[in-house]
Each structure stands twice: as C-alpha cells, then as structure tokens.
Design a protein around this ligand. Structure first.
Ligand SMILES: [Zn+2]
Length: 129
C-alpha cells in the first residue's frame, strides 16, 4: 500500500485515541467483497488493515468514513476477545447466538460511530490511492 495511505491511517489513528497502537496497512485485499477489514492482535497493540482497491475509487468522504469504521474496530477489540473466549464455556449453540449478535451489533456500532467520527478526521488527499 502506498506511503500516502499509511500516513493517512497514522494521522487518523492519532486523532482517534489510538496513538499507542501500531496499525499496519497490508498490500493484501480483504477476504470478501468488503471495502476493508481489520485484524487486531489478541495481546499486542497491533492491528492490520486490508483495503480493497475499489475503495480508492470512492469519494474522499466515503474513504474517510471507511478508515474511521476500521479504526473503531480496534476500540471494540477487547469485547471481541471476550466473545471469542466464551466459545468453550458456552458450547456451540449458545456461542453461535452470542457470536452472531456481536458480529451484527459491532458492525452497526462501527457504521453509526464512523459517520460521526469521520467528521473530525482530515479528508484523504489526492495522493491516497
Ligand atoms: Zn466493520
């Protein structure tokens, strides 16, 4: 990924209270047809974001919102770890319910908050491709 994308994510990360996190931007594409996905380390302040090439064809406002969305997932990572830790104690059926609700609600939360959070982030420059 370009230096401009890395620099942009770094800037947004600082503003979003994640300055102690190392956020790497991968050259790989997201697994599905999403614009982006993030993988957060279980025990280190490290995360890796994968952006779709198609994201950079979107308007700067949308790119900014997607970056905010992915960085919000870092703030949610502790709860996600707790949900993952419940798999054994809950058993398959109960865990699938908890896991599904978490997946839906964490995405809703990231979508809602990213709309607001994006407004305090800088607009990605034309060099962010
Ligand atoms: Zn998401």
């Amino acid at each position: 990924m370009s230096k401009a994308v890395n620099a942009y994510v770094e800037r947004c990360k600082e503003i979003m209270g994640l300055s102690h996190w190392e956020v790497k931007v991968s050259d790989l594409q997201p697994d599905d047809d999403a614009w982006a996905e993030i993988e957060v380390s279980e025990n280190l302040y490290q995360a890796t974001i994968r952006f779709s090439k198609d994201l950079w064809k979107e308007k700067p406002e949308e790119i900014r919102r997607v970056v905010a969305h992915e960085l919000i997932h870092i703030h949610q990572a502790g709860v996600e770890r707790m949900v993952d830790a419940l798999e054994k104690p809950l058993g398959t059926s109960a865990f699938e319910i908890v896991s599904h609700v978490w997946d839906v609600e964490s995405e809703r939360c990231a979508d809602s908050l990213s709309t607001v959070m994006a407004k305090v982030l800088p607009m990605p420059g034309s060099g962010v491709k």
